[in-house]
Write a protein that binds this ligand. Structure first.
Ligand code: SAM
Length: 290
């Protein structure tokens, strides 16, 4: 009999979907290490240095242009989420940020205001990894629970305002689960709502056929895709979804990067690009005419 001495929540034992949290972490760190970074994130850099995992072998070297590009694209997506969370915290300084599928996101260390409550929800193996690798903070909790299981809603005090984020999560759920999850959040947390991102349908199709590669790494199937032109359909998930707002990324690096906020509005790009959207929820009985 062999004895495995690897601690619970070892990064080398993760299943394909939980492992994607290492992919996003790595690309944030690649971007954060640049002197001209779009996303200062010292905690992500520290984690990648400390974790015993073959990041470069698995996801490619930062010397590769495709890895640097992914780093920049990740940073722009993350900046959209950070902006929405920071804006929420200005209006609700003691509010709660619920991060569904939190993985090894380091947003707390980028935007916390010293007063808010944070709840990170993830599958048991990812939650164990987060608890083991990230420093414990008194106002931040980790819950091992599927985002699709309403149990996590019982852990949230809605008193001071709630913002739910789902960054890099929904593409791994089935379309019906995405709809049910939005409805569950709308039902429980009227107010600021939910920030989520989606890959376009062409991306979801290629990933589900195992044809979406990043260096030598093949991204896992992504059952849910939504074109940016379909964003408003999210309103139909629940009557309390009062508004669907497209969150436009900030400018990127270089001449082309600076055009990003304009390019994403062009019809030809808009039809095929990824989305970040903010759903605003209203209380029961107020959805009509809002
Ligand atoms: C691409 S990673 C994103 C991690 C982090 N939000 C980020 O942007 O770096 C996807 C995360 O979703 C988590 N996940 C997948 N399915 C989930 C589910 N049903 N409930 C909760 N978390 C889930 C995975 O464990 C993983 O941590």
């Amino acid at each position: 009999m062999t004895t495995d001495h690897r601690p619970a929540g070892s990064p080398n034992d993760l299943g394909p979907v939980p492992e994607t949290a290492l992919w996003t972490l790595y690309h944030r760190a690649v971007e954060a290490r640049r002197p001209d970074t779009l996303l200062p994130d010292p905690m992500a850099v520290r984690l990648v240095e400390d974790i015993d995992y073959p990041f470069e072998q698995r996801f490619g070297s930062p010397a590769e242009p495709s890895v640097r590009l992914q780093g920049q694209l990740q940073a722009l997506r993350v900046r959209c989420f950070d902006h929405e969370v920071a804006d929420f915290l200005l209006r609700h300084p003691r509010g709660t940020v619920v991060s569904l599928g939190a993985g090894l996101e380091t947003q707390f260390w980028r935007v916390d205001n010293g007063r808010a409550q944070w709840l990170a929800v993830d599958l048991p193996e990812s939650a164990a990894l987060r608890e083991r690798l990230l420093p414990a903070e008194p106002r931040q909790r980790v819950l091992a629970c599927s985002a699709t299981d309403s149990r996590w809603t019982d852990e949230v005090d809605p008193g001071n305002g709630v913002l739910v984020t789902a960054q890099g999560l929904l593409m791994y759920l089935r379309p019906g689960e995405v709809r049910d999850l939005i409805a569950m959040c709308a039902e429980h947390f009227p107010g600021d709502g939910m920030v989520l991102d989606a890959v376009p349908r062409w991306f979801s199709r290629l990933a589900s056929e195992g044809r979406m590669r990043s260096g030598g790494y093949t991204v896992p199937p992504m059952p849910w895709g939504m074109d940016a032109s379909e964003q408003q359909q999210l309103r139909t998930a629940h009557p309390a979804v009062a508004e669907v707002r497209d969150v436009v990324p900030p400018p990127g690096r270089g001449r082309l990067g600076r055009l990003v906020p304009y390019a994403v509005r062009l019809p030809v790009v808009r039809a095929k690009r990824p989305s970040v959207v903010h759903l605003r929820f209203v209380a029961k009985g107020r959805a009509q005419g809002s």
